[in-house]
Design a protein around this ligand. Structure first.
Ligand code: MN
Length: 258
């Protein structure tokens, strides 16, 4: 049997499960809110074109609109000024091999439950590797916080001084880049912590990952259903010409180890 024969048989037989890491696109799902002087992202919107009626008797369909960065979505290198000159840095130009690969899940749920401004530190990455082995080059690394269980205003967690939500410290981003990861994902509305404007550098996940030609995923869910290592992530964004990101379906293949 070929590798792909083995995979499709394992999928059909249930030994490999497909886990959906995606929130439903819905007008009520929160999008990031920037200070008022900046442009704002649009929420998801759906308008009926016809519904088996005089506008189209046998068919139903919708027009949809949204920001590239609405809902569960992908960040391309050109999203950030540091990545503006990255070769093939837009969603239509990225090598599609980047959209499928091994995934490591670092469980920060205990820390994030105790501290909404929790930041991932290099020591936790090293502790994860001591338990599960080195993070392989080309891996996606996801930060589990269980933040996806929050709803409405609690999800953005905005206060007078901005958003309060967990994310990676600058040194953690450096450590992940040292491992040669391909991308980093979170359950929050952005790859950076809510207060990351005050970090050095500001927004380290955006600034350093995209500057290095790496990718981001945010608004993920169901990370608690993934093993720390051994799963495969599938995350192809829409092929938008010059796109800085895109809503997408994010799936993981998880093997049941007997
Ligand atoms: Mn984004």
């Amino acid at each position: 049997m070929t590798v792909l024969d083995t995979l499709t048989k394992a999928l059909a037989g249930g030994r490999v499960q497909v886990v959906d890491l995606t929130h439903t696109l819905d007008p009520d799902f929160p999008v990031i809110v920037l200070p008022a002087e900046f442009g704002q992202c649009a929420r998801f919107r759906m308008d009926e074109v016809s519904a088996y009626d005089h506008r189209g008797p046998a068919w139903k369909w919708h027009n949809i609109s949204m920001s590239e960065h609405t809902g569960t979505h992908f960040d391309a290198p050109i999203h950030w000024v540091t990545g503006r000159d990255v070769a093939n840095g837009s969603t239509d130009a990225i090598d599609p091999a980047a959209f499928i690969g091994p995934v490591c899940v670092i469980d920060c749920s205990v820390g994030a439950a105790a501290d909404e401004d929790y930041t991932l530190q290099p020591a936790e990455i090293e502790a994860w590797e001591a338990a599960h082995g080195p993070i392989p080059a080309g891996a996606w690394v996801l930060m589990r916080t269980d933040w996806s269980r929050r709803q409405g205003a609690e999800y953005l967690n905005l206060r007078a001084d901005g958003a309060h939500s967990p994310g990676p410290s600058p040194n953690a981003v450096r450590a992940l880049l040292d491992r040669g990861i391909i991308g980093f994902g979170t359950e929050c509305v952005g790859t950076d912590a809510g207060q990351a404007a005050h970090f050095d550098p500001p927004y380290p996940a955006h600034a350093m990952l995209h500057g290095a030609g790496k990718y981001g995923l945010q608004c993920l869910k169901n990370l608690d259903k993934l093993p720390p290592t051994g799963a495969v992530l599938i995350c192809p964004p829409l092929k938008i010409r010059g796109g800085t990101g895109s809503p997408l379906r994010v799936l993981a293949l998880v093997e049941e180890i007997a």
